[in-house]
Each structure stands twice: as structure tokens, then as C-alpha cells.
Design a binder for this molecule. Structure first.
Ligand code: 5AD
Ligand code: SF4
Length: 481
């Protein structure tokens, strides 16, 4: 690799996957990933448009890049700056006008065309490239098979993009386009390659991942449940997760899969957004709070150790004190292991943005902090509930301290183990049964249980505690659903 590529990823896990794929596309052109924009030959900002703040960050980061770009020019070389992702899709022309130092602006469905764009941009300084085409199928057909990987044990795999649900607050149907599912055969191929590279956990991604309906082997349509069943057959793949899902697309087959597939982790992100039927209707969610309660009951019947997380919006236009009280009631009824919560943010072009009854910001702040308090106390209780239990831990990497390994519980909680360094290489990527000994902040500490003593298979379920995720507010946005 002769050229330095710096990619900054904003927003959800789908952007994380997209950034990896951009690096894959650019690797044959000699671009190798770098950790900083200093001296980079190309900088890509892979942006998020879901809320106003997320979009505004891009412009301030572009400002911060200017001196780096100037320095590079003074040294007789060039830094190409690109804006990718959903802000690029939604505000391409505006970016070009507001930030003249940007060379390329391209939307989420165009990454396979990066080599052409780069060669055009290189032909002349000042040549501007704007590509915001749809649809997604072209992209997936043309992304390279070769992946640039750094030996991680876990990986994202996008199986579905776009959304046809049109929740009234959400920009996704406009920035990512309509719903598209990749064929199951190509998903399985990619999964097998990842596992051959040492990946042990795959998180299937989609804006509405459980609306997945890709073409299967016999030309028949497969749903997410069928896809998970086939993935579970891959030897060496220990864990399957998916995010993010919509309550309306939780079907019988998916509930059954949660009951039948030990590899499907008992930790589900199922956004509800609000607990008020009036607000759910106004949001065009097309289900009630009780519908959601019933789905959760059925999932928990199928998989008693299932833990749930959700997204919530407070201060949707017209939200009354009673509507908000209904949200708190739903949270209390369900008992979450973690959650993401947001103040409603007006997004241009969405139906909710033109509603007159916008909620005062001070009221939104009050509601946000009340909801946060409740959800955080639930998360703390969940984390505390696993102490003393035995859980299978996927060992991922060395910890910050000497002779320490860090892994993840089925609920994505980071778990720290004291393991001598000379055993790390052979243990990373394995799942071992551990007894959780203590909790500090969001981190758990554990001791491995001797296989002979536990007498259990790594994929066997152990934890019967109620779900309790950890780290939901890791700074990464959730995908909408
Ligand atoms: N304002 C606030 N939050 C939003 N989300 C999506 N659009 C908006 C908006 N306009 C939240 C939803 C979604 C998550 C990814 O972001 O809760 O599930
Ligand atoms: Fe689609 Fe989710 Fe956005 Fe609703 S919130 S429109 S389901 S992406």
C-alpha cells in the first residue's frame, strides 16, 4: 500500500460496514488504511443524516481538515477529500457549495464506482465529482470479494438496505432508498469467507433487517429466519446477531428461530420509539404499544433468556405529558437491558417536519432525562443480575492490562479475564464458559470454568437472567427501524 486512506465513520453500524467495503474497493488502487488524517492522500467522511446534530458535525470536521489539506499541498502533494454516506445523498449540492475543498461527494449506493471517481478526481485539481445514484443491487454485485481485515473475531455483514416503512420522522427511506435484500446465496458466500478468515460472530445488518426477503438457493424467497438457520450450519461460526429490526416484521418463523437456534444470540434490538398509541399512529409505526408487548412476550416464551434493547424518541410533535407517561409505562413493563434515546429532531423533507405542534426544547430535555434515568437503572440492574452466573464468552482481543483478555457475553457486555499472554493467541476466537465474578461500571470480570467441570458445549445456553445488554450508548448510532 503506497497511499494513505483515512475514513471517518459517523452514524450506524451500516456505515461501519460501508467504510470497510470502501477500504476493500480502494485497496487494489494502493490505498492502505491510516488512523489519522495527517498526511493522508485521501480522506473520506462517511456521514449520517439521521438527526440534525449528526449532519452538522460533518461541516465542522470539514473545516478541521483544511490545514491538513493545505499542508499536503505545500508539500507538493494532494489530499483528496470525499464526503460519502447519507448527508452526501441528501445534501450533495449544498456540500459542494458550502465546502469548496471537497473533491468528491457520493451516496451510499455508489461505492463500487469509487475507482472511476478517484481516477476522475485525480485527473485535474478542481474536478468535482457528485454521484448520488440508486439502487443498492448494483453496488453489492460489484464489490470485491477480497476483504481487507485486521484479524477481528466479529464482523458486520449487510444483508438488506433501505426502507419502505416511511416513519414520519425518518430520513432513511429518502437517503438509503427503498427496501432491497441481497440474495441469500451471496450473503452465505460472504459469511463463509469471513469465517474462513477467523470471524466467529456475524451481525447481520439492515435498516429493516427482519424485512429481509432475499432470493434463496432454489430461487425461492427466504426470510431472515431461514437465512439465520442456514448461517447456523456454517462450521466455525459461533454467534449470529441481527440489527435493526421492526416490530411489524417479527414473524412466527423468526420467533421460532430464536427458540431453536443456540447460535442466534438472545439479545435483540427491537425499537419501539414510543409507548403511546396516539404517537405511534402519528409516527406511522402501524402497531400499538400492546402489539409490541405481545411480540416481546412471544419472543421471551420462545427464548426465556432474551434481553431487549430499543430506541426511543421523546418530544415527537404533539407528544403530551400523558403520551410520555405511556412511554415510561412501556419501559417499566418491558424491562430493557439497554436503550438509545433521542430528542425528536426535525429532518427536512420528512412529514413530521411540517407539523405545527413542535414540542418545546426544554420539555424535550426534561423528558429525555426522565427516560434516561429509568433506562439506565434498568441497564444497571441487568448488568448486576449476571454477576455469579455462568455465561459463554467469545474471546476477542487482549485487554488494556498485561495478561488480560477481553471477550463479550451473549449480551455484548465486555468481559475481562486474567489469562497469561502466552495463551492469548490460541484462545482468541474461542467461546469459553466463564463464571462472572464482578461488575465495575459496564465491565464484567470473569473466571473461566474448566470444560470438564462445566460439561457444556460452547453454544449451550447458560444464562437465564433477564436480558441485560451493556454499552448501548457506545457513541455509535443505531440503524433506524
Ligand atoms: N429525530 C430523533 N430521532 C430519530 N431517529 C430517527 N429519526 C429521528 C429523528 N428525526 C432515531 C430513531 C431510530 C434511531 C436510529 O434514530 O429512534 O430508531
Ligand atoms: Fe424505516 Fe426505521 Fe426509518 Fe422507520 S425509523 S422509516 S422503519 S429506517
Amino acid at each position: 500500500m503506497t497511499k494513505k486512506l483515512y475514513i471517518k465513520t459517523y452514524g450506524c453500524q451500516m456505515n461501519v460496514y460501508d467504510s470497510e467495503r470502501m477500504a476493500d474497493v480502494l485497496a487494489p488502487l494502493g490505498y492502505g488504511l491510516s488512523d489519522s488524517p495527517d498526511d493522508a492522500d485521501m480522506v473520506i467522511l462517511n456521514t449520517c443524516h439521521i438527526r440534525e446534530k449528526a449532519a452538522e458535525k460533518v461541516y465542522s470536521d470539514l473545516g478541521r481538515l483544511k490545514p491538513h489539506q493545505q499542508k499536503k499541498a505545500e508539500d507538493g502533494s494532494r489530499m483528496i477529500i470525499a464526503v460519502a454516506g447519507c448527508v452526501a445523498q441528501a445534501e450533495g449540492d449544498e456540500i459542494m457549495a458550502r465546502a469548496p475543498q471537497v473533491d468528491m461527494v457520493f451516496g451510499p449506493q455508489t461505492y463500487h464506482r469509487l475507482p472511476e471517481m478517484v481516477s476522475k478526481a485525480k485527473r485535474a485539481v478542481g474536478e468535482k465529482i457528485l454521484d448520488t445514484d440508486f439502487p443498492a443491487e448494483d453496488k453489492f454485485d460489484h464489490l470485491p470479494e477480497e476483504r481487507v481485515r485486521k484479524g477481528e473475531v466479529t464482523s458486520f455483514l449487510t444483508i438488506q438496505e433501505g426502507c419502505d416503512k416511511f416513519c414520519t420522522f425518518c430520513v432513511v427511506p429518502y437517503t438509503r432508498g427503498s427496501e432491497f435484500s441481497r440474495p441469500a446465496t451471496t450473503v452465505l458466500q460472504e459469511a463463509r469467507r469471513l469465517v474462513a478468515d477467523g470471524v466467529r460472530e456475524i451481525t447481520l445488518l439492515g435498516q429493516n433487517v427482519n424485512a429481509y426477503h432475499g432470493e434463496g438457493a432454489e430461487g425461492r424467497e427466504w426470510g431472515l429466519a431461514r437465512l439465520c438457520r442456514e448461517l447456523a450450519e456454517i462450521d466455525g461460526l459461533e454467534r449470529i446477531r441481527y440489527t435493526t429490526s421492526h416490530p411489524r416484521d417479527v414473524d412466527d418463523a423468526l420467533i421460532a428461530a430464536h427458540g431453536d437456534l443456540p447460535k442466534l444470540m438472545p439479545y435483540l434490538h427491537l425499537p419501539v420509539q414510543s409507548g403511546s398509541d396516539r404517537i405511534l399512529e402519528a409516527m406511522n409505526r402501524k402497531h400499538t404499544a400492546d402489539d409490541y408487548r405481545r411480540i416481546v412476550d412471544r419472543l421471551r416464551t420462545a427464548r426465556p433468556d432474551l434481553a431487549l434493547t430499543s430506541d426511543f424518541i421523546v418530544g415527537y410533535p404533539g407528544e403530551s405529558d400523558q403520551d410520555f407517561a405511556d412511554t415510561l409505562k412501556l419501559v417499566t413493563d418491558i424491562g430493557y437491558a439497554g436503550a438509545f434515546f433521542f430528542k425528536y429532531s426535525e429532518r427536512p423533507g420528512t412529514p413530521a417536519a411540517s407539523l405545527r405542534e413542535q414540542v418545546d426544547d426544554a420539555v424535550k430535555s426534561e423528558r429525555l432525562s426522565a427516560l434516561q434515568q429509568l433506562l439506565e437503572s434498568q441497564q444497571e440492574a441487568f448488568n448486576a443480575s449476571v454477576v455469579g452466573k455462568t455465561m459463554p464468552i467469545l474471546l476477542e482481543k487482549p485487554g488494556k492490562h498485561e495478561n488480560q483478555l477481553v471477550g463479550r457475553s451473549p449480551y455484548l457486555q465486555p468481559v475481562h479475564l486474567d489469562i497469561p499472554e502466552n495463551r492469548h493467541a490460541s484462545m482468541i476466537g474461542t467461546v469459553i464458559d466463564c463464571k462472572i465474578s464482578s461488575l465495575s461500571g459496564h465491565s464484567l470480570f470473569a473466571v473461566p470454568i474448566d470444560d470438564a467441570e462445566s460439561g457444556t458445549d460452547s453454544a449451550t445456553r447458560h444464562n437465564t437472567a433477564r436480558p441485560n445488554p451493556s454499552e448501548p450508548s457506545s457513541g455509535q448510532e443505531r440503524i433506524s427501524a
